[in-house]
Design a protein around this ligand. Structure first.
Ligand code: ADP
Length: 600
């Protein structure tokens, strides 16, 4: 049976209090009774001495007068409220204050009464017995009676005084009652006190139990209140401190956790944490996007099930087997394929063993593509520059070999100049492109009226337009809002597009420039009736050095950089450019540029 602590303490107190009070009462009563009896005995002894003196003379007479002795015993008994018995030296009762006449003579020999025997032997005999005649407890005290005169001391008999103990017993009975009441009261007081003490101990304990229970359930803000100043209070303080430091630690941990979660969520890199057996413990949102699966779907699964990538799984197995920091490069997906650099490091537990590993996936697709573009670009530039340079070199040698023929020399020099011009053109375009790309060419933004800009561009190209007998059609509503742009750069865009239209349109063609507002943007379309662009080449015409027909473009003095410059400049303005090849033939370029705010 489970006995609550309060009851254990209470019972303990009660047992101790009960035993102590009971024993104390019992000993006190005993001692009191012994003292009363002793006092009675002393006074009886004194009276017996006097009686002995009184009866010495009648006893010394021979023969002793029994009647005389008995009546003296009666009177003395009355006077001292005790039974007085005078016994001859032979044990015969000669007088008794309770008996007389025939009854006195019938009384048996008293020599063997314990008190008489002791008196004969030691000079004083005391015994407490239940009287056979009266049936009550009596204190009997006997003394020998000796001769008081004469040379020889002779024993004449014994005097015995007996008093009933009823009075003492009654007194003690009353005392016992009083003591029982007092002890009962004391017991009740100690019961109340022990209850209060037990409650004083167990109540803070009960508080502590409920607070500890709340702590166990994660509610760390309750405190144990105690008014005591003892070990229980110390324990309560320790628990309170523990709860506070636990709450602080949990707060720190959850802040850390939130910080880590926020960091992981904000990371562009994919993060995957695996336990040492290769099961997924965590993936961040970037990793979810890379795998195309949600964290809940992959946590608890093996890396093979989560990623389904043999090369990656091989790498993971290697990392988990050998530990340390390793890196690899993998390609995932097919349309479009993505390249990742995977950086792995194992997570040691406090014991130093591997408890898992963390894998960070950096998307290096753009990096690889840029590398590819850069390589291609270098190859293109070298190739583009080599052609005119080779020509220049060849004609310089030819020039050296020609004799004094001035016509030949002029022709060669002319060719050299044309190739040198082309080199200059390519390098100028390249420099312009690199300036735009590296942001070294700040735009001077302002309102630009596209219609007027078209007019200026057409005017600057007038000679070649006339030579090729092209017709220019302009379709601009009168109140078109101006775009927000850098007039000089937008002039360059239009010039590149018009030059191409003039170039790639056979003589006598039509070039149409039209403008219209579309919400907060302006659309400028330039279409021609020229050779057009095959649909498969349309997405690539804005690439550097990309030409549909290399030979023709070069012959026409093109560098293959014009549209690339157009695209970069338009995008620098926050606009877009699109190329199309309409069913009716020719090419069509549409530029979308933001309207100057406040003019829409
Ligand atoms: P290029 O200096 O060769 O003209 P661009 O970058 O300006 O270089 O143009 C790239 C290629 O796009 C040209 O070589 C040409 O094949 C094609 N192209 C550009 N504009 C037109 C057009 N209006 N009509 C047909 N083809 C065009």
């Amino acid at each position: 049976m489970r006995l609550p602590l309060r009851w254990k303490i209470l019972l303990g107190y009660l047992v101790v209090a009960g035993l102590t009070l009971g024993a104390a009462g019992w000993f006190a009563l005993d001692a009191l009774e012994a003292k009363d009896i002793e006092e009675l005995r002393t006074s009886l002894a004194a009276q017996a001495h006097l009686a002995g003196r009184l009866f010495a003379t009648p006893l010394a007479r021979t023969p002793a007068d029994s009647r005389d002795i008995d009546s003296l015993a009666d009177r003395l008994g009355d006077a001292i409220h005790a039974r007085v018995t005078i016994i001859g030296a032979n044990g015969v009762v000669l007088g008794d204050s309770y008996e007389s006449g025939e009854a006195l003579h019938r009384m048996d020999n008293h020599l063997m009464r314990p008190e008489v025997r002791d008196a004969a032997a030691t000079g004083l005999g005391v015994s407490i017995r239940v009287s056979s005649t009266l049936g009550i407890r009596m204190l009997n005290l006997a003394l020998p009676i000796r001769t008081t005169s004469g040379p020889d001391v002779r024993s004449l008999g014994f005097v015995r005084l007996s008093v009933p103990l009823t009075e003492i017993e009654a007194h003690h009975h009353t005392l016992r009652g009083l003591l029982a009441v007092a002890l009962g009261g004391a017991f009740l007081v100690s019961l109340a006190l022990s209850y209060l003490v037990a409650r004083g101990i167990t109540r803070p304990l009960a508080d502590m139990i409920s607070t500890a229970d709340r702590l166990a359930r994660g509610e760390l803000h309750g405190t144990i209140r105690t008014r005591s100043n003892d070990e229980v209070a110390d324990l309560a303080h320790v628990l309170n401190r523990m709860a506070t430091s636990l709450a602080e630690t949990i707060q720190l941990l959850s802040e850390d956790r939130a910080r880590i979660a926020a960091t992981l969520a904000a990371m562009e890199e994919g993060v995957m944490v695996l336990s040492s057996d290769g099961t997924v413990r965590l993936i961040n949102p970037a990793m979810e996007r890379m795998l195309g699966r949600r964290q809940a779907e992959v946590v608890g699964r093996t890396d093979l099930e989560a990623t389904r990538h043999p090369h990656l799984n091989e790498f993971i197995a290697q990392v988990l087997r050998h530990g340390g920091s390793l890196a690899t490069e993998i390609t995932m997906g097919s349309s479009p394929a993505q390249t990742f650099r995977v950086q792995a490091s194992t997570l040691p537990n406090p014991g130093g063993q591997t408890q898992g590993a963390v894998f960070v996936f950096h998307d290096i697709t753009d990096l690889r593509r840029l590398e590819q573009v850069r390589k291609g670009f270098v190859a293109n530039v070298s190739h583009e520059l080599r052609t005119p340079l080779t020509a220049i070199k060849g004609y310089v040698e030819a020039l050296q070999d020609t004799g004094e023929n001035p016509q030949e020399r002029d022709r060669f020099l002319d060719v050299i100049r044309r190739h040198a011009d082309r080199l200059d053109l390519i390098i100028t375009d390249l420099l312009l492109l690199s300036k735009i790309e590296s942001g070294l060419m700040p735009l001077k933004l302002g309102p630009v009226a596209l219609s007027a800009l078209v007019d200026r561009t057409v005017a600057s190209l007038q000679p070649v337009i006339e030579r090729k007998r092209h017709r220019i059609v302009k379709d601009f509503p009168p109140d078109l809002p101006p775009v927000l742009g850098d007039e000089e750069r937008l002039g360059q865009v239009l010039s590149n597009l018009f030059e191409n239209a003039v170039k790639y349109t056979l003589d006598g063609g039509t070039i149409t420039a039209s403008g219209r507002a579309d919400h907060d943007a302006m659309l400028l379309t330039l279409s021609d009736t020229g050779i057009g662009i095959p649909p498969q080449d349309l997405p690539r015409v804005f690439e550097r050095f990309y030409r549909v027909d290399k030979g023709r473009s070069r012959d026409m003095g093109g560098t293959g950089l014009g549209l690339s410059i157009v695209k970069h400049l338009v995008e620098a303005h926050g606009g877009t450019v699109m190329a199309a090849s309409p069913p009716g033939g020719g090419a069509c370029f549409t530029i979308r540029l933001p309207i100057t705010p406040g003019h829409a």
